[in-house]
Design a protein around this ligand. Structure first.
Ligand code: PLP
Length: 392
């Protein structure tokens, strides 16, 4: 038998997704007939609101089935620009917007067009697990700056600044954050802006994909709106997946200075061409429509997040910073539980509980649980977790 082809060094260096490995194992066990309780979901448990689906179906009936402009449907680019202008307080034009295949491709395109081999990307931990991999694919070095559940994953601006070197090119900010559910306050954003002002070569990417999923008492601020003087160094990533329950549609966007958007569009034209044309019609309906559906879903996550948080806080030895946004909780486990990967493997094999190891997000003492599941599943998951913890 001939040997399989050798892989590129890029592919060799790529970390397989731990979250996908856990869900694959959970599915395999389920197929064997095991009773599995999964709190590992990274997506809404709602269907896409019907008016969005209808707009896309109508587009198909209208023959919107051909290639489109690689930067996106002009109507959608304009609708996104208006949304950013009016909701986020950042005056934006359509040529400062690129429609992408999900928020993930917005990040991928941005890193590809901004970063050179050897550049460093500063990523506060815990972080969404794809940032370091996407940085590596661009030849850059992800530099993670830790924080701790013990102080509520508070952003340590001094530690961030200490990690800046002449090679540092980009700072990644994600608020509301995955996996912690942490929402950066106005004061924290202002401190970050001060830091960025002190380092004129530093660019900033803000991932605001969970902007609508917030507790009632909290507000989302776009970094560039807090620091308008830094506007030409800021890039905003967002998408339709989480707010409008459109994960499978693959619709996101990148916004920032027109010259970079143009380069990212050229990259897109040579890779994926354009985002699915009739799906973009659905996205236009979503963004131009009322936010009532988004608010209803957010309220439902809020109630279930409270349930999850209360349940976790009642467990022995758990340190939990109460999340204020997104649909996750990221508790730190008692030391006796060991590293997060072995704990999650044990949780799955012994209790049929699927949760995500914090190691994947840069904090091996924690695990991620989702509240985008039914109340019964949350209660069941908490009982299974309780049985895995050492007695106090
Ligand atoms: N950014 C964060 C923080 C996420 O959690 C996710 C998805 O889980 C994404 C970006 C990517 O979203 P999309 O499905 O739009 O590619």
């Amino acid at each position: 038998m001939s040997r399989p082809p050798s892989l590129s060094s890029r592919a060799e260096a790529l970390q397989p997704s731990l979250t996908l490995a856990i869900s694959a194992r959970a599915k395999a066990l389920q197929q064997e007939g095991r009773d599995i309780c999964s709190l590992s979901a990274g997506e809404p448990d709602f269907d896409t609101p019907p008016f969005i689906v209808e707009a896309s179906i109508q587009a198909l009936r209208d023959g919107i089935t051909r290639y489109g402009p690689s930067a996106g449907d002009p109507a959608l680019r304009q609708a996104i620009a208006s949304k950013i202008t009016n909701e986020n307080g950042l005056p934006t034009t359509a040529d400062e917007v690129l429609v992408t295949n999900g928020g993930k491709q917005a990040i991928f395109n941005l890193f590809q067009v901004l970063l050179n081999p050897g550049d460093e990307v500063l990523i506060p931990a815990p972080y969404w697990l794809s940032y370091p991999e996407i940085a590596r694919l661009a030849g850059a070095r992800p530099i993670s700056v830790p924080s701790s559940a013990l102080n509520g994953f508070c952003l340590d601006v001094q530690a961030l600044e200490a990690a800046i070197t002449p090679a540092t090119r980009l700072l990644v900010i994600n608020s509301p954050g995955n996996p912690t559910g942490r929402v950066l306050s106005l004061d924290e954003l202002q401190q970050l802006a001060e830091l960025v002002r002190r380092h004129p070569r530093l660019l900033v990417m803000t991932d605001e994909i969970y902007e609508y999923l917030l507790d009632d008492d909290i507000e989302h601020h776009s970094f560039a709106a807090v620091a308008p003087d830094l506007r030409d160094r800021c890039f905003l990533v967002n998408g339709f997946a989480k707010g409008w329950a459109m994960t499978g549609w693959r619709l996101g966007y990148l916004s920032g200075p027109g010259s970079v958007i143009k380069a990212a569009s050229a990259l897109q034209s040579q890779s994926t061409s354009n985002v699915c044309s009739f799906a973009q019609r659905g996205a236009t309906a979503a963004i131009e429509g009322s936010r009532d559906c988004v608010k209803e879903m957010a309220e439902s996550y809020n109630k279930r997040r409270t349930l999850l948080v209360q349940g976790l806080q009642a467990l022995p030895g758990i340190t939990l910073f109460p999340p204020k946004g997104a649909f996750y909780a990221f508790p730190q486990l008692p030391e006796a539980c060991g590293d997060s990967v072995s704990f999650c493997q044990r949780a799955l094999e012994e209790e049929g509980l699927a949760i995500v190891p914090g190691g994947a997000f840069g904090d091996d003492r924690c695990v991620r649980l989702s509240c985008a599941v039914s109340r019964e599943t949350i209660a069941d998951g908490l009982s299974r977790l309780a049985r895995l913890l050492p007695a106090r």
